[in-house]
Design a protein. Structure first.
Ligand code: ZN
Length: 301
Protein backbone atom coordinates (compact mmCIF):
# COMPACT_ATOMS: atom_id res chain seq x y z
CA UNK A 1 0.00 0.00 0.00
CA UNK A 2 1.28 3.46 -0.91
CA UNK A 3 0.48 6.21 1.60
CA UNK A 4 1.18 9.90 2.15
CA UNK A 5 2.56 11.47 5.33
CA UNK A 6 2.29 15.25 5.81
CA UNK A 7 3.94 17.32 8.53
CA UNK A 8 2.40 20.79 8.92
CA UNK A 9 4.59 23.38 10.61
CA UNK A 10 4.14 27.12 11.06
CA UNK A 11 6.77 27.75 8.37
CA UNK A 12 6.67 24.74 6.06
CA UNK A 13 4.45 21.85 5.03
CA UNK A 14 6.58 18.75 4.42
CA UNK A 15 5.21 15.66 2.69
CA UNK A 16 6.53 12.20 1.85
CA UNK A 17 5.10 9.27 -0.09
CA UNK A 18 5.91 5.80 1.26
CA UNK A 19 5.64 2.45 -0.50
CA UNK A 20 6.51 -0.79 1.26
CA UNK A 21 9.88 0.43 2.58
CA UNK A 22 10.92 2.84 5.31
CA UNK A 23 12.51 5.30 2.86
CA UNK A 24 10.13 7.69 1.06
CA UNK A 25 9.74 7.30 -2.70
CA UNK A 26 8.96 11.03 -3.08
CA UNK A 27 9.21 14.13 -0.92
CA UNK A 28 7.94 17.68 -1.07
CA UNK A 29 8.08 20.92 0.88
CA UNK A 30 6.02 24.09 0.57
CA UNK A 31 5.68 27.31 2.50
CA UNK A 32 2.65 27.01 4.84
CA UNK A 33 -0.55 28.80 3.81
CA UNK A 34 -1.53 31.76 5.99
CA UNK A 35 -5.24 31.01 6.56
CA UNK A 36 -7.39 27.99 7.41
CA UNK A 37 -9.12 27.97 4.02
CA UNK A 38 -5.72 28.36 2.38
CA UNK A 39 -4.28 25.43 4.36
CA UNK A 40 -7.20 23.14 3.46
CA UNK A 41 -6.69 24.04 -0.21
CA UNK A 42 -2.93 23.52 0.08
CA UNK A 43 -3.27 20.08 1.73
CA UNK A 44 -6.02 19.05 -0.70
CA UNK A 45 -3.64 19.91 -3.55
CA UNK A 46 -0.75 17.91 -2.07
CA UNK A 47 -3.01 14.89 -1.53
CA UNK A 48 -4.50 15.13 -5.04
CA UNK A 49 -1.02 15.25 -6.59
CA UNK A 50 0.13 12.23 -4.55
CA UNK A 51 -2.93 10.27 -5.65
CA UNK A 52 -2.38 11.16 -9.29
CA UNK A 53 1.38 10.51 -9.34
CA UNK A 54 1.73 7.65 -6.86
CA UNK A 55 -1.77 6.24 -6.26
CA UNK A 56 -1.69 6.81 -2.50
CA UNK A 57 -4.53 5.04 -0.67
CA UNK A 58 -4.61 7.20 2.47
CA UNK A 59 -3.03 10.23 4.11
CA UNK A 60 -1.87 11.14 7.60
CA UNK A 61 -1.32 14.72 8.74
CA UNK A 62 0.60 15.99 11.77
CA UNK A 63 -0.32 19.49 13.00
CA UNK A 64 0.93 21.61 15.90
CA UNK A 65 -1.53 22.17 18.73
CA UNK A 66 -3.68 20.55 21.41
CA UNK A 67 -5.98 18.04 19.69
CA UNK A 68 -9.03 16.90 21.62
CA UNK A 69 -10.16 13.27 21.46
CA UNK A 70 -12.41 11.74 20.40
CA UNK A 71 -13.84 14.95 18.89
CA UNK A 72 -10.76 15.65 16.75
CA UNK A 73 -10.96 19.43 17.27
CA UNK A 74 -7.74 21.46 17.48
CA UNK A 75 -8.47 23.23 20.77
CA UNK A 76 -5.47 25.52 20.65
CA UNK A 77 -2.47 25.94 18.37
CA UNK A 78 -0.17 28.57 19.93
CA UNK A 79 2.05 28.86 16.83
CA UNK A 80 -0.74 28.67 14.22
CA UNK A 81 -3.64 30.55 15.74
CA UNK A 82 -5.92 30.16 12.70
CA UNK A 83 -6.18 26.47 13.62
CA UNK A 84 -7.78 27.25 17.01
CA UNK A 85 -11.15 25.48 17.15
CA UNK A 86 -10.70 23.90 13.70
CA UNK A 87 -11.93 20.39 12.87
CA UNK A 88 -9.15 19.73 10.38
CA UNK A 89 -9.67 15.96 10.13
CA UNK A 90 -13.34 16.31 9.18
CA UNK A 91 -12.85 19.29 6.85
CA UNK A 92 -9.84 17.83 5.07
CA UNK A 93 -11.37 14.35 4.71
CA UNK A 94 -14.37 15.97 3.03
CA UNK A 95 -12.12 17.96 0.68
CA UNK A 96 -9.68 15.15 -0.11
CA UNK A 97 -12.05 12.17 -0.35
CA UNK A 98 -9.75 9.43 0.97
CA UNK A 99 -9.10 7.78 4.37
CA UNK A 100 -7.28 10.32 6.50
CA UNK A 101 -5.93 10.82 10.03
CA UNK A 102 -4.93 14.06 11.71
CA UNK A 103 -2.63 13.86 14.73
CA UNK A 104 -0.65 16.23 16.91
CA UNK A 105 2.67 16.77 15.12
CA UNK A 106 4.84 15.71 18.06
CA UNK A 107 2.81 12.52 18.50
CA UNK A 108 3.31 11.76 14.81
CA UNK A 109 7.06 12.39 15.17
CA UNK A 110 7.20 10.09 18.21
CA UNK A 111 5.51 7.29 16.28
CA UNK A 112 7.88 7.85 13.35
CA UNK A 113 10.94 7.65 15.59
CA UNK A 114 9.57 4.57 17.36
CA UNK A 115 9.02 2.70 14.11
CA UNK A 116 12.55 3.62 12.95
CA UNK A 117 14.16 1.92 15.97
CA UNK A 118 16.07 -1.21 15.14
CA UNK A 119 16.31 -4.25 17.38
CA UNK A 120 14.17 -4.33 20.51
CA UNK A 121 11.55 -1.62 20.86
CA UNK A 122 11.66 0.09 24.29
CA UNK A 123 8.34 0.16 26.14
CA UNK A 124 7.33 2.80 26.94
CA UNK A 125 9.17 5.03 24.49
CA UNK A 126 9.27 8.82 24.80
CA UNK A 127 10.26 11.26 22.06
CA UNK A 128 10.92 14.93 22.69
CA UNK A 129 11.03 17.45 19.82
CA UNK A 130 13.02 20.50 20.89
CA UNK A 131 12.15 23.30 18.50
CA UNK A 132 10.48 26.67 18.99
CA UNK A 133 8.63 24.85 21.83
CA UNK A 134 8.94 21.28 23.14
CA UNK A 135 6.66 18.73 21.55
CA UNK A 136 6.52 15.16 22.77
CA UNK A 137 4.83 11.85 22.38
CA UNK A 138 4.66 8.57 24.28
CA UNK A 139 4.43 5.16 22.61
CA UNK A 140 3.27 2.49 25.07
CA UNK A 141 2.41 -1.09 24.12
CA UNK A 142 3.26 -0.23 20.51
CA UNK A 143 0.65 2.54 20.16
CA UNK A 144 0.50 6.28 20.84
CA UNK A 145 -0.72 7.11 24.33
CA UNK A 146 -3.45 9.74 23.94
CA UNK A 147 -5.06 9.84 27.38
CA UNK A 148 -8.65 10.66 28.32
CA UNK A 149 -9.07 13.62 25.95
CA UNK A 150 -5.99 13.50 23.73
CA UNK A 151 -3.61 15.48 25.92
CA UNK A 152 -1.32 12.72 27.22
CA UNK A 153 2.32 13.29 26.42
CA UNK A 154 2.33 17.11 26.54
CA UNK A 155 5.61 16.80 28.40
CA UNK A 156 6.97 20.17 27.30
CA UNK A 157 4.41 21.70 29.68
CA UNK A 158 5.60 19.79 32.73
CA UNK A 159 6.82 22.25 35.34
CA UNK A 160 10.54 22.71 35.83
CA UNK A 161 10.53 26.11 37.59
CA UNK A 162 7.37 27.18 39.48
CA UNK A 163 8.17 30.91 39.37
CA UNK A 164 9.76 30.72 35.93
CA UNK A 165 9.09 32.33 32.56
CA UNK A 166 5.54 32.67 31.16
CA UNK A 167 4.58 29.92 28.69
CA UNK A 168 2.30 30.03 25.64
CA UNK A 169 -0.02 27.54 27.40
CA UNK A 170 -0.92 30.10 30.10
CA UNK A 171 1.22 28.58 32.85
CA UNK A 172 4.74 29.64 33.79
CA UNK A 173 7.95 27.68 34.27
CA UNK A 174 7.10 24.90 31.78
CA UNK A 175 10.07 22.92 30.43
CA UNK A 176 9.61 24.52 27.01
CA UNK A 177 10.25 28.01 28.43
CA UNK A 178 13.81 26.83 29.28
CA UNK A 179 14.98 24.06 26.95
CA UNK A 180 13.41 25.09 23.63
CA UNK A 181 15.05 27.34 21.03
CA UNK A 182 13.15 30.31 22.47
CA UNK A 183 14.31 29.41 25.99
CA UNK A 184 17.95 29.23 24.92
CA UNK A 185 17.73 32.62 23.21
CA UNK A 186 16.04 34.15 26.30
CA UNK A 187 18.79 32.75 28.56
CA UNK A 188 21.50 34.05 26.26
CA UNK A 189 19.97 37.53 26.31
CA UNK A 190 19.88 37.37 30.12
CA UNK A 191 23.54 36.35 30.42
CA UNK A 192 24.97 38.46 27.59
CA UNK A 193 22.82 41.55 28.12
CA UNK A 194 22.18 41.59 24.37
CA UNK A 195 21.42 39.14 21.59
CA UNK A 196 20.10 41.18 18.70
CA UNK A 197 18.04 38.96 16.43
CA UNK A 198 20.03 35.80 17.22
CA UNK A 199 18.29 32.44 16.99
CA UNK A 200 19.28 29.27 18.91
CA UNK A 201 21.58 28.16 16.07
CA UNK A 202 23.34 31.52 16.32
CA UNK A 203 23.76 31.09 20.10
CA UNK A 204 25.17 27.60 19.45
CA UNK A 205 27.66 29.00 16.92
CA UNK A 206 28.82 31.50 19.56
CA UNK A 207 29.12 28.70 22.12
CA UNK A 208 31.37 26.78 19.74
CA UNK A 209 33.57 29.87 19.44
CA UNK A 210 33.97 29.98 23.24
CA UNK A 211 31.38 32.66 24.14
CA UNK A 212 30.81 32.25 27.91
CA UNK A 213 27.20 33.51 27.90
CA UNK A 214 26.31 31.09 25.11
CA UNK A 215 27.96 28.25 27.05
CA UNK A 216 25.89 29.12 30.13
CA UNK A 217 22.69 29.32 28.05
CA UNK A 218 23.19 25.76 26.71
CA UNK A 219 24.20 24.41 30.13
CA UNK A 220 21.04 25.89 31.61
CA UNK A 221 18.82 24.48 28.85
CA UNK A 222 20.48 21.07 29.35
CA UNK A 223 20.06 21.13 33.13
CA UNK A 224 16.38 22.03 32.87
CA UNK A 225 16.00 19.27 30.27
CA UNK A 226 17.43 16.97 32.97
CA UNK A 227 14.80 18.20 35.44
CA UNK A 228 12.14 17.36 32.85
CA UNK A 229 13.70 13.94 32.25
CA UNK A 230 13.61 13.19 36.00
CA UNK A 231 9.84 13.70 36.02
CA UNK A 232 9.41 11.62 32.86
CA UNK A 233 11.51 8.80 34.36
CA UNK A 234 9.41 8.61 37.52
CA UNK A 235 6.08 8.99 35.71
CA UNK A 236 6.71 6.48 32.92
CA UNK A 237 9.94 4.52 33.53
CA UNK A 238 10.70 4.62 29.78
CA UNK A 239 13.36 2.42 28.22
CA UNK A 240 14.42 5.19 25.86
CA UNK A 241 13.90 8.94 25.60
CA UNK A 242 14.94 10.18 22.17
CA UNK A 243 15.63 13.87 21.72
CA UNK A 244 15.07 15.44 18.30
CA UNK A 245 14.10 18.76 16.73
CA UNK A 246 16.27 21.65 15.60
CA UNK A 247 17.75 22.34 19.06
CA UNK A 248 18.88 18.71 19.36
CA UNK A 249 21.47 19.48 16.65
CA UNK A 250 23.50 20.85 19.58
CA UNK A 251 24.01 17.19 20.57
CA UNK A 252 26.10 16.59 23.67
CA UNK A 253 26.21 20.34 24.47
CA UNK A 254 22.64 19.77 25.59
CA UNK A 255 22.45 16.03 26.35
CA UNK A 256 25.52 15.86 28.62
CA UNK A 257 24.28 18.41 31.21
CA UNK A 258 20.79 16.85 30.88
CA UNK A 259 22.04 13.34 31.73
CA UNK A 260 24.11 14.71 34.63
CA UNK A 261 21.09 16.55 36.06
CA UNK A 262 18.93 13.45 35.61
CA UNK A 263 21.49 11.34 37.48
CA UNK A 264 21.46 13.83 40.38
CA UNK A 265 17.68 13.68 40.67
CA UNK A 266 16.62 10.04 40.36
CA UNK A 267 17.69 6.80 42.03
CA UNK A 268 20.42 4.93 40.09
CA UNK A 269 18.10 2.06 39.19
CA UNK A 270 15.67 4.37 37.38
CA UNK A 271 18.49 6.26 35.72
CA UNK A 272 20.21 3.10 34.48
CA UNK A 273 17.01 1.78 32.90
CA UNK A 274 16.41 4.88 30.76
CA UNK A 275 18.66 5.70 27.82
CA UNK A 276 18.68 9.32 26.66
CA UNK A 277 19.80 9.57 23.04
CA UNK A 278 19.68 11.81 19.99
CA UNK A 279 16.76 10.98 17.67
CA UNK A 280 17.38 8.93 14.53
CA UNK A 281 15.16 10.42 11.83
CA UNK A 282 15.66 14.13 12.37
CA UNK A 283 13.01 16.22 10.67
CA UNK A 284 11.69 13.28 8.66
CA UNK A 285 10.05 11.75 11.74
CA UNK A 286 6.78 13.70 11.44
CA UNK A 287 6.07 12.50 7.89
CA UNK A 288 7.07 8.89 8.74
CA UNK A 289 4.69 8.80 11.73
CA UNK A 290 1.88 10.46 9.77
CA UNK A 291 2.32 7.82 7.05
CA UNK A 292 1.98 5.06 9.67
CA UNK A 293 -1.29 6.68 10.81
CA UNK A 294 -2.40 6.77 7.17
CA UNK A 295 -1.94 2.99 6.93
CA UNK A 296 -4.05 2.67 10.05
CA UNK A 297 -6.76 4.86 8.53
CA UNK A 298 -6.81 2.76 5.34
CA UNK A 299 -7.14 -0.48 7.34
CA UNK A 300 -9.96 0.84 9.53
CA UNK A 301 -11.93 2.87 7.02
ZN1 ZN B 1 3.36 25.54 29.10
Amino acid sequence: MTVLGIDVGAGAVKSAVYGAGAVPIARGEQETARSYAGLIEQLRGIIAAARRDHGVAAAGVGVPGFLSRPAGVIVRSPNMRFLDGAHLERDLAAAAGLPLRVENDANAAALGEYLALEGGRPDPFVHLTLGSGIGSGIVAGGTLMRGACGLAGELGHLLVSPAGRPCGCGNRGCAETESSAAGIVASYREYAGEGGDLDAAGVFARRQRGDGAAQKAFDRAGRFLGVLLAQIVYALNPGLVSVGGGVAAAGEALLKPAREELARRVVPLACAATRVEAARLGNGAGCAGAAALARDAARHR
